[in-house]
Structure formats: C-alpha cells, structure tokens
Design a protein around this ligand. Structure first.
Ligand code: ATP
Ligand code: MG
Length: 557
C-alpha cells in the first residue's frame, strides 16, 4: 500500500496495541484489513481525517489493506457530488485504496437475502409511532409487537412483497428478533429494513426497501473480510447488535468493532449536518469556504496534507472524548509552512513613501532570501525605486513608548534594502496621513549597518510602487467565537475580512492556484482559485503567531 512518509507512531495507542496482540495470537490468519466508511451525504471534515489516518495508517503499518467503502444506505441525503468530493479528499490527504472501492448498496441483495434467515427476523406491521411506544425506556423494558411471532413463511412472503413495492412507505418494517427486555435499547428488536420510495444515486429506483446502518455495517465488514472495524465511541452501545448480526448470519468473516474517541475541536463544529446548514443557509460560501473545517475548505485555505496528517498524529487515538484546542491544528500548519514556504513581501494596507534623495526613474534589483529555513531555496531579486509602499500600521505620527517602527525623524531598516528616515508627513484635507517623505542612506544597501553604526530597532517590509502588483487578500478568522459552538451559535462576523488594494511584490504575478507563501511579518498565504493573473487573490492560511493565545491571556489578566 502506498502511504506518504507517515512517521511511525512513537508509542502504540490502544488500537495499535490491540492489533499487535491480534497479530501475535495469529488471529484472522495474521491479516489486518480496515476500512474507511463515509456516508456520501456531505464533504469530509477534519474529524474524518482522524479516522482516515487511523484506518489507512494501521493497515499500512501492518502490511495490511484498507478499503474505501461508501455507506450509501440512506438515499435521501446522498449524492454523486458528495462521493466525488470524498474520493478527491482522501487522495489529497495522501491515501490510496487501490482497487478496493466498495459500496454498501452493492450488498443490498445479500442484505435482503439474509433478512429473514433462520427465523431471526420478522416483519412488523406496527406504525413507526407504535414501535417507538413499544420500545420502553432506559428503566422500563419494551413490549413485544403482536406481529413478533409470525411464522417464518409469512415473514418471507411479506418481506418479498415489501421489496416488490406492494406496500406504502412506513406500513411494515423488518425487525431483528432479539430481546424486548434487553437493558440495551439497541437490542430491543431493532429495525433492519424499512420501506422508502426514494431514488438512490447509484441504484436509482431499483429498491423501495433500504437497510439500516446497524444491519448493513457488520455485514459489509464481514463480506469484505475486514478484521478491525474502527468506529467512533457513539457506536459502543451498538456493538452487541454488530456482534449479534455476525453471530446469527452465515457470513464468511468475523470482524471486530473497536471504538475510539471522535475528534472535537474548540471553536469548530464537526458534524456534517451542521456544516450542511452553514452551506445551505448561506453563512459560508460553500463546502470549500476557507473558514470551513472541511478538508476542501482547509485545502483552499492553504493547509497541506502533511500538516493535517501531522496534526492527526499529534492528537493520538484514545478511548475517552476530549476537546482538542484548534490552536493545535494551527500550530501544525504553521510548522509545516514555516519549512516549505517561500518568503515574499506584500503590503496589505499600503501607505505611500517617497524617498526624496533617491533618483527618479531608477530601479535597483536587490537580493532577497527566499527561505531562511531552507538553504536550498536560494534568493530572488526585488526591485527598489523612489516610491514605495509600507504598511500603514508600521507608521505612527505619535509613537507610543514601545513602538519602534517608522515615526517622524526616526530611522528604520527596509528589509533587504536601505535604512530610511522619515522627514515629513503629508496629510489630506481631513487630516489622514497619505504620504511620507523620507530619505535613504546609500551606505546601508542590502539593509546592513555599516561598520561602527548601530542598526535601527525595526525592520519593515515594503514594495516598490511602480513594480508592485495589486491584489485582493482575504483574511480569515475562526468561524465561531464560542469555544464550544452549539446549534444556536452564530458565525463570527469577523471571520472574513476582504482587503482590496493590497500591493504585492512582482514575483507573485506568475503564481498559480494553491501556491503558498509567507508574507513577511504577516502570516502564511496561498493563491485562491478565484485568482487571475490580472486580479490576484490570496487567502490567509494562518497568522505567524497565535494571536488568540495572546488575546485569551489578556482576557484572563
Ligand atoms: P458526522 O457526525 O460529521 O455527520 P458521521 O460519523 O455521520 O459524521 P460518516 O460519513 O458516517 O460521518 O463517517 C465516516 C467515518 O468517519 C466513520 O467511521 C466515523 O466514525 C468517522 N468520523 C466521523 N466524524 C469523526 C470525528 N469527528 N472524529 C473521528 N472520526 C470521525
Ligand atoms: Mg455516520
């Protein structure tokens, strides 16, 4: 199996320990075969990435296999678009299912066949409401349906007629005959098949009965020879039913369900249903809105597959639910981009600077280092001329004590260029600063202090006005301001800020969709798919530092 340079887990988590024990005991003939079983009813999110890394990861580490299986048992919410997006995202994350692409819907015939096997199930003709009524509660046992003791022959016939479309939706269901008094409600004769007239995105109108997840899943696992069926904790109470299905049907393999804690992230919702609402109600621009925790959103935001895999590795796999700080995800992408991103200069909120003693119509090409973290990245030329842009926030007319950047009469260093000194501040009629008149010191070319002279305290980025390329920059922040957003949480109105009129260095003109950069002193950015050569658009992936940690610290003071 092809798996990208995943670092081996440093210490074994409980699942890997379990698998190692199984291998030692030669269970399953020494095979490890897992599956990732998404329902094609939405786009994958970062929680799914945890499951993907785990399933494909443990398979690869043990010379095993991992299937991609679409759990397409509920036709109402499933589409080809979702299926395609899921395949694309799994590949993008770096995993490969080879020829092991499966669909639960391909097993419908088998699931139907097993349906009334050996009198282990019966057709119930109670309404949905009556079934609910009979189910009992956590403290009270359920009551048996009057249809529970139908003869096998009658069940077979009714089930066949259900399939043939003789009955209205909701009039009959197939139920497992287990135990209405079981303390586990999932074992109180769970529904296995229901009548539902809906077009299935792969099967069309072939079926009017559809299997329930709890029935389809163990059988799909068994038919594919899955050895370890890894799922999230909410299925722990369903495990007896999973095992019951396997114990009572003539199926070739005996997979084992093992539950682990799902990923929860602070300031983030990770539920396809909630994410779908954000999309359909227009709170975001789509599943791939860069604020979304979907893999397509993170990709558009500039996240790398490596960063996401490293994040999944760093959070580990445990048996107990916890909330991971979203800062940990941001840390992972910062770390990765720090190593790989070329540095460039981009001015987000430009302020014009005229260097009075620099000749008009002259341009110098100055050397700039592409990536100080990567000696092989080399250097590039950046043009310098008489009129420049600096960042508005890098100038203060009345600088506070700790402000070391440009101010009247003060000298600063322009990165890779010269020391400049502010001589005069030009304002418009309403008193806004519109231009600074400065001088430069030719002896400081390259930005180095000449012998015996001290360096200015501040080094600032800049672009040459005549050479810079205008760009739009989209600044993203957390989609929710609440640490644990719920159904009523509204999106952070400051989660998207669009800056037009930014000025970026000319080397960016030829950048392509998806290219990633560090804008010096600003953060990591990538080229958005909306970008055109004559109308560049960049997304801020993440700031250089965790500004939220600082804000939170200040709040606690
Ligand atoms: P959601 O709750 O977001 O709707 P789901 O569990 O219904 O997700 P599936 O398509 O059924 O979505 O998920 C496919 C696999 O991904 C399942 O095995 C599921 O357990 C796993 N998974 C889903 N969400 C998470 C999560 N937050 N953390 C870890 N694994 C997850
Ligand atoms: Mg699910």
């Amino acid at each position: 199996m092809k798996v990208p340079d995943l670092e081996p887990a440093s210490s074994l988590d409980f699942i890997r320990t379990r698998i190692a024990e199984d291998l030692k005991a030669n269970r399953n003939g020494g095979r490890v075969h897992t599956r990732f079983p998404p329902e094609p009813n939405g786009y994958l999110h970062i929680g799914h990435a945890k499951s993907i890394c785990l399933n494909f990861g443990v398979a690869a580490e043990n010379n095993g296999l991992c299937n991609l299986r679409f759990d397409d048992t509920n036709p109402i919410k499933e589409t080809v678009e979702f299926e395609e997006s899921i395949k694309k995202d799994v590949k993008w994350l770096g995993f490969d299912w080879d020829d092991r692409l499966f669909y639960a819907s391909d097993y419908f015939e088998k699931l139907y066949e097993y349906g009334v096997h050996d009198g282990k199930a019966y057709v119930d003709s109670l309404s949905a409401e009556e079934i609910r009524d009979h189910r009992g509660t956590l403290t009270e046992p359920g009551r048996e349906s009057p249809y529970r003791h139908r003869p096998v022959e009658e069940n077979l016939q009714l089930f066949q007629r259900m399939r043939e479309g003789e009955f209205e939706d909701g009039t009959h269901v197939l139920r497992a005959k287990i135990d209405m008094a079981s303390p586990n409600i999932n074992m109180r004769d769970p529904v296995l098949f229901r009548i539902m007239r809906a077009s299935h995105y792969r099967q069309g109108r072939k079926w009017v009965i559809y299997p329930m997840y709890d029935y389809a899943h163990p059988i799909s696992d068994a038919l594919e020879g899955i050895t370890h069926s890894l799922c999230t904790l909410e299925f722990e109470d369903h495990r007896p039913l999973y095992d019951w299905c396997l114990d009572n049907l003539p199926i070739p393999y005996r997979p084992e369900q093992i539950e682990f804690a799902r990923l929860n992230l602070s300031y983030t919702v990770l539920s396809k249903r909630k994410l779908l609402t954000l999309v359909t109600e227009g709170h975001v621009k789509g599943w791939d809105d860069p604020r979304m925790p979907t893999l397509s959103g993170l990709r558009r935001r500039g996240y790398t597959p490596e960063a996401i895999r490293n994040f999944c590795e760093s959070i580990g796999v445990a048996k107990r639910d916890a909330i991971v700080d979203v800062a940990q995800l941001e840390h992972a992408i910062r770390n990765d981009l720090n190593k790989r991103s070329p540095r460039v200069m981009a001015v987000l909120r430009p302020l014009r600077v005229v260097i009075e003693n620099y000749p008009e119509n002259e341009t110098e090409q100055l050397d700039a280092v592409n990536n100080p973290e990567d000696a092989t990245a080399g250097t590039r030329k950046v043009p310098f001329s008489r009129v420049l842009y600096i960042e508005q926030e890098d100038f203060r007319e009345n600088p506070p004590k700790q402000f070391f950047r440009l101010a009247p009469g003060r000298e600063v260093r322009l990165r890779y260029a010269y020391f400049i000194t502010c001589k005069e501040v030009i304002k418009d009629a309403s008193g806004n600063v519109v231009e600074l008149r400065c001088t430069y010191d030719p002896a400081t070319r390259g930005g180095d202090a000449p012998e015996g002279r001290s360096s200015p305290k501040a080094t600032m980025h800049w672009v040459s006005a005549a050479h810079a390329v205008p760009a739009e920059v989209r600044l993203y922040d957390r989609l929710f301001n609440e640490e644990r957003p719920d159904n009523d949480s509204s999106v952070n109105p400051g989660s998207l800020e669009v800056l037009s009129g930014c000025q970026v260095e000319p080397s960016l003109k030829t950048s392509n969709h998806g290219d990633r950069f560090q804008f010096e002193r600003q953060g990591y950015f990538c080229v958005d798919p909306d970008s055109r050569p004559d109308a560049l658009v960049f997304n801020r992936t993440v700031t250089l530092r965790d500004t939220w940690a600082k804000i939170e610290k200040n709040l606690k003071k």
